[in-house]
Design a protein around this ligand. Structure first.
Ligand code: BTN
Length: 333
């Protein structure tokens, strides 16, 4: 309700909107309107209320705030509900709990910080307050589990394109779904889900973006970067986050129509930073001290199933996401 009221206040463009109009529009009591106004004021919105005239928005705070994000999402979106938390263990865990409890598709869970941010392959994702964008989308695509894996690639493409569009810096993708700027990782994506043989119950798409991180610990300096470090400016997380959610939504609808990777493959491959690079393929527990096997080859492209095509000793191999991990021969890419 706060988001709807906020939207109405913004649409009024600084003019008064009466309490009666708001009650009628949202089918709620005057007291409910008053309560929501009080909550918005508490959150830092300056709202003037004058009897016989109504309410007027004077200024908005410059902070990450759930109803503010929700009020900026398109009405046509599938992703149009936002839950915002100052702190969570992990937005993926929260979204998963909500999904298990029956929450509908289209929810975005955002946290200002995470105490146990989850990375791929059991790693943790550093999630300090104010530094990053940590969010998870709850989706219930009516597709086969095998088809749902296209989301892994689609999400990386949306993030890379949005970064480029919004900040004017070129962003590539390291297979399968790390978003990379100037050879360093800027965004990680963790997709988890629940499915049976032919049914997807839900998918959680977790996105972690290094936004305003000023410095990384020594061990990450060579392979991680942030929007701040790349643009030399503190970024407005609120605006970028809403752009990104809206862009994701558009692509998600394309995915639902196609039910495969085809609409995104060409664009994805054009951003593939592994292309024509010598890579090491780690089989089994890639990051462990004892991977089952390591091979070296030249990466070419990603096929319509999401497999990375690599030439190993002149022979074409297709390696599958989830089964292997790929690193550059010397560096991260
Ligand atoms: C990776 O290892 O590259 C994936 C990192 C994914 C991190 C994000 S932050 C938001 C969401 N919640 C989590 O706990 N993890 C993902």
């Amino acid at each position: 309700m706060k988001a709807e009221i906020l939207k109405a206040l913004k649409e009024a463009g600084g003019k008064y909107i009466s309490g009666a109009v708001l009650c009628e529009r949202f089918g709620v009591s005057r007291q409910a309107v008053w309560k929501n106004m009080a909550a918005l004021k508490e959150a830092g919105y300056e709202i003037e209320s004058v009897s016989n005239k109504g309410y007027r928005l004077i200024s908005s705070p410059d902070r990450f705030y759930g109803p503010e994000i929700e009020s900026r999402l398109s009405e046509e979106n599938i992703l149009k509900r936002v839950m915002y938390f100052e702190e969570l263990d992990s937005t993926n865990i929260k979204a998963k709990q909500l999904a298990e409890a029956g929450e509908e598709e289209g929810l975005v869970v955002i946290a200002e910080s995470q105490t146990s941010g989850k990375g791929r392959r059991g790693r943790c994702w550093k999630s300090g307050k104010g530094e990053g964008i940590y969010m998870s989308f709850l989706l219930r695509p009516p597709v086969l589990p095998t088809q749902a894996s296209a989301l892994v690639f689609m999400t990386a493409l949306v993030v890379a394109e949005s970064i480029e569009k919004y900040f004017g810096i070129s962003a590539g993708i390291k297979w399968p779904n790390d978003v990379v700027v100037n050879g360093k990782k800027l965004c990680g994506i963790l997709i988890e889900g629940s499915a049976e043989e032919s049914t997807v119950h839900y998918m959680i798409v977790g996105v972690g973006i290094n936004a305003n991180t000023e410095e990384f610990p020594e061990e990450l300096k060579k392979k991680a970067t942030s929007l701040f470090l790349e643009t030399k400016k503190k970024i407005n997380r609120l605006e970028f986050t809403t752009e990104l959610i809206n862009a994701f939504d558009q692509y998600y609808k394309k995915f639902l129509e196609a039910q495969n990777l085809r609409p995104f493959l060409e664009k994805y491959n054009a951003r593939l930073v592994n292309r024509d690079k010598e890579v090491k393929i780690y089989y089994g527990l890639a990051e462990s001290a004892n991977p089952e096997k390591i091979e070296t080859g030249i990466a070419k492209s990603v096929d319509e199933h999401g497999a990375l095509v690599v030439f190993v000793n002149g022979q074409e191999k297709r390696v599958m996401y989830g089964e292997v991990s790929v690193r550059g021969i010397l560096d991260y890419v």
